[in-house]
Design a protein around this ligand. Structure first.
Ligand code: AMP
Length: 463
């Protein structure tokens, strides 16, 4: 398997990746970075969650830093177009993180905020501009920026851009680019119209296609139970009375939490073991062997300890604590439903963790339904009465997946075999915001800076 060091990335980038805790390149990174460093155009069929941002940000940073002449006034050297303000902010943040040991300046510009500061910054010249199309055209028309010096042009999430009606803005922008440049084109889907656009834009591109992260999520019967933190341990013990939970992996956020859960379960009469970094290798191996052999019913683990676990036949994954990084959720639930088998994932969501659940739902582009099957159990009803259990809401229609073309999730376990509507909308949930609209109440995903933070970052040359 490829390492970052095999990709010819420079030392300051490798250092930043280590600081971020990235160990290995994702498939799209391994497949794209060498060609991009060699100056090739790229057609990437991939969606968010695959690591596509680093796949283009790393080679762009490396190429710009290799020729460190400052962008001339009113110009930029790399231009990245994003359909939404959220994605633009995320991309800008990625450039900040990966480029923190390099002197590459950047600006993120999108609509809904005042033009004045953006104009000032762009007039000064910026190496990397990340922009939503409408605002960029506006800024160009106001003579804040010309595109005549763009060396690298990235169109990200093209299918979203077309959905949002940005095709005219894109045409206008591409018409202003110099003819000699490197082009990168990313889209999760490749219908004819988009393939045509790619064909016009790209010259002899390398084509990289990666499976969406969501495929894991689609295979697993996911559900969520809204629960008060004080009731989590009892709730888990109640759920485990279900005979279908034959081999259950429970994730906690901390080592201490893993021990506590394990003790609670042992006291409740379940064979449980915990694995985490504080346990000796022997101890971990014993726990794992017991789990594999079916002697240990429940294995409680932290994300790091679970990395090496490769156990088939995990019937259930319980997210006892929701992870702070949405992708961890996908990795966790991917421990079940392996090799075509069925599997279920149950998440516990406390009121404080609602934001984490929303981030997860954005990443998997699906709303996780409330576990009505589990909530039908009397003991569970008593433990999770406030959040999610509302018999009056039972007839409401099923939660819809957010994303077009996405399969709806199957319900958790066998509780709803008649195709009945399931799951009322949990309180406080909302649809992910996919437009470049108003900054107002939009909550930026965890890994992005706040929507206003671009201003403080703008124009700053680091190092
Ligand atoms: P993206 O698909 O670009 O939105 O990235 C998805 C998430 O994966 C982001 O939170 C990145 O920080 C993270 N990520 C990207 N590349 C890696 C990697 N090689 N190792 C670990 N995490 C990564």
């Amino acid at each position: 398997m490829t390492n970052f060091t095999d990709l010819n990335l420079s030392e300051p980038l490798l250092r930043a990746l280590t600081a971020e805790g990235y160990e290995k390149p994702t498939p799209i990174q391994a497949q794209s970075i060498p060609s991009l460093l060699a100056g090739k155009d790229l057609l990437g069929i991939a969606q968010t969650g695959t690591g596509k941002t680093a796949a283009f940000a790393l080679p762009i940073l490396q190429k710009l830093a290799a020729h460190p002449e400052r962008a001339a006034k009113g110009t930029c050297r790399a231009l990245i177009l994003s359909p939404t303000r959220e994605l633009a902010a995320q991309i800008g943040e990625s450039f900040r993180v990966y480029g923190k040991f390099l002197k590459v300046s950047r600006a993120v510009v999108f609509g809904g905020v005042s033009l004045g500061k953006q104009i000032d910054i762009l007039r000064g010249g910026v190496d990397v501009v990340v922009a939503t199309p409408g605002r960029l055209v506006d800024l160009i028309e106001r003579k804040a920026l010309t595109l005549s010096k763009v060396e690298i042009f990235v169109l990200d999430e093209v299918d979203q851009m077309l959905d949002l009606g940005f095709i005219h803005a894109i045409r206008k922008i591409t018409g202003m680019l110099p003819s000699h440049r490197q082009n990168l084109f990313f889209s999760a889907t490749m219908p004819k119209e988009i393939a045509g656009l790619a064909n016009n834009l790209l010259t002899d591109p390398v084509r990289v296609e990666v499976a969406p992260v969501a495929t894991t999520a689609e295979r697993v019967n996911q559900s969520v139970i809204h629960v008060d933190p004080a009731n989590k341990a009892k709730l888990l013990a109640e759920l485990l009375k279900d005979n279908n939970m034959t081999r259950t992996l429970v994730f906690t956020r901390t080592k201490h939490g893993a021990d506590k859960v394990m003790k609670h379960l042992s006291n409740a009469g379940f064979t449980a073991a915990a694995i985490h970094g504080n346990k000796s290798q022997n101890n971990r191996e014993r726990a794992l062997a017991g789990f594999k052999a079916g002697k240990v019913l429940v294995l409680v683990a932290t994300d790091i300890a679970a990395r090496g676990i490769d156990v088939d036949g995990v019937s259930h994954v319980v997210n006892y604590d929701l992870p702070h990084v949405p992708e961890s959720y996908v990795h966790r639930i991917g421990r079940t439903a392996r090799a075509g088998a069925d599997g279920s994932a149950i998440a516990f969501c406390t009121p404080e963790d609602r934001g984490l659940l929303r981030d997860i739902e954005k990443t998997i582009r699906t709303q996780v339904p409330v576990a009505e099957h589990a909530l039908g159990l009397k003991g569970v009803q008593q433990l999770a009465p406030t959040f999610g259990w509302n018999p009056a809401g039972k007839d409401k229609p099923a939660a819809k997946p957010h994303h077009r073309g996405q399969k709806p999730n199957r319900n958790h376990s066998a509780g709803n075999g008649q195709g009945k509507p399931q799951g009322q909308k949990p309180q406080g949930q909302h649809q992910p915001k996919r437009d470049g609209g108003n900054a107002g109440g939009a909550q930026a995903p965890k890994r992005t800076g706040s929507s206003g933070s671009w201003m403080s970052e703008l124009g700053k040359r680091q190092g």
